[in-house]
Design a protein around this ligand. Structure first.
Ligand code: GLA
Length: 388
């Protein structure tokens, strides 16, 4: 749990080594794509709403070289060189023995479905995003693959199209009917900025992170296994409420509309929708507070977001609630903390004065379910995907 992620250099040296062992010779290129932390705006993306994530330094890397036989061969450096091979032009077929390869197979199929002539290739993949932490290791992998294949084939696919294909790979072939946030910020992140995303238009507005404000991520150690069912169920509830209100998505609803329809909507679905409607407003307010470096307002918005995820959307766990409460108490009024990502485990994000971050990290008494001190990352907002 305490393992600090490897650096980009160490990861790329290891990746090149695995590539050479598996395929002989050097890769033609290495691409990288970052994981993300969402500062605020949870479960709003698939409701056409607003989110405020930042790309972070932990990331996925893909080493690539062309092949001439129409096959994709991929090895996973983090899984002891496990390998999967498939024809680049074949329809999606899961590899039952290598489930991790579904992301790769799904991404190739999604890029081809979007009209891109994906080249046959040898690929090696590796990553530094802690898995199960809700920091989007899978989106980072899919976006890194898209970037590597685009570069390798000279396809010049734009970052938003790579993000769309990565989202399709995940929702059509892996199991979660996810929104576009993770993939889009991985593709279009901006160093030292959070990105305000309008998930309907896909407009991305970089919001500078005030100097002296740290992003601290604490992994609860509650791992996010088998959450697809919960996630997809909540998405269905949101879509059902939008239909009942006669709007395209909950983005188009407000509190008064919900109130007026109360008699027609089942209580649990009503609570889910109330979260989304409130959360959209909080994202816009938080973007403004970040612009003004208003740490008190940021703290209040993060606290309200967490309470709403706990009480209305029901995606937190008792461990996460305890960790958030402890961080909020240690941080005080100037900054805040909330769970980040899809929920049911994973990480908590905190915003606080950079000079106080080490002291807050040291003071944390929270222990993971395994009884260990939690992994703490003090993160920089980083640029989106590109070649190394
Ligand atoms: C996961 C999904 C995203 C988003 C978040 C919740 O990370 O992949 O699309 O819905 O959950 O905000």
């Amino acid at each position: 749990m305490n393992d600090t992620p490897a650096t980009a250099e160490a990861t790329s040296a290891r990746l090149r080594g695995v590539f050479t062992t598996a395929f002989g010779g050097e890769p033609a290129l290495v691409a990288r794509a970052p994981g993300r932390v969402n500062l605020i705006g949870e479960h709003t993306d698939y409701n056409d709403g607003f989110v405020l994530p930042a790309a972070i330094s932990v990331h996925a890397q893909v080493a690539a070289r062309r092949r001439e036989d129409g096959q994709i061969r991929v090895v996973a450096a983090d899984l002891g060189g496990a390998e999967s091979t498939f024809p680049v032009e074949a329809p999606f077929a899961a590899d039952a023995a290598q489930p991790w390869a579904d992301y790769v197979r799904g991404m190739v199929v999604a890029l081809r479905a979007a009209g891109h002539a994906v080249p046959a290739a040898d690929l090696a993949i590796a990553g530094t995003v802690p898995r199960g932490a809700g920091l989007s290791s899978s989106a980072a992998l899919a976006v890194a693959l898209g970037t590597a294949l685009s570069e390798l084939g000279g396809l010049a696919i734009d970052p938003t199209a790579i993000a769309r294909a990565a989202q399709a790979a995940e929702s059509d072939h892996v199991g979660t009917r996810c929104g576009i946030m993770d993939q889009l910020v991985s593709a279009r992140g901006v160093a030292d900025h959070a990105v305000l995303i309008d998930c309907r238009s896909l407009d991305c507005t970089p919001i500078p992170l005030p100097p002296g404000l740290a992003i601290m991520i604490v992994h609860s150690g509650v791992s996010r296994g088998l959450v697809e069912g919960h996630y997809n169920r909540r998405r269905e509830q949101c879509e059902a409420v939008a239909r009942a209100l006669g709007v395209a998505a909950l983005r188009d609803a407000d509190a008064a509309m919900l109130e007026a329809a109360r008699a027609r909507i089942e209580t649990e679905a009503m609570a889910r929708a109330a979260h989304v409607v409130g959360e959209n407003d909080r994202v816009l307010a938080a973007a403004e507070a970040l612009r003004n470096d208003d740490r008190i307002a940021l703290g209040q918005l993060m606290a309200a977001s967490h309470a709403s995820m706990r009480d209305l959307f029901a995606i937190t766990t008792p461990e996460i609630d305890a960790l958030v409460a402890e961080l909020q108490q240690l941080i005080g009024r100037e900054g805040g903390a909330r769970m980040t990502g899809g929920g049911f485990g994973g990480a908590v994000v905190a915003l606080l004065a950079a000079e106080r971050a080490p002291q807050v990290a040291r003071a944390l008494r929270y222990r993971t379910p395994a009884g260990e001190a939690p992994l703490v990352l003090i993160e920089q907002a980083s640029a989106g995907a590109g070649r190394l």
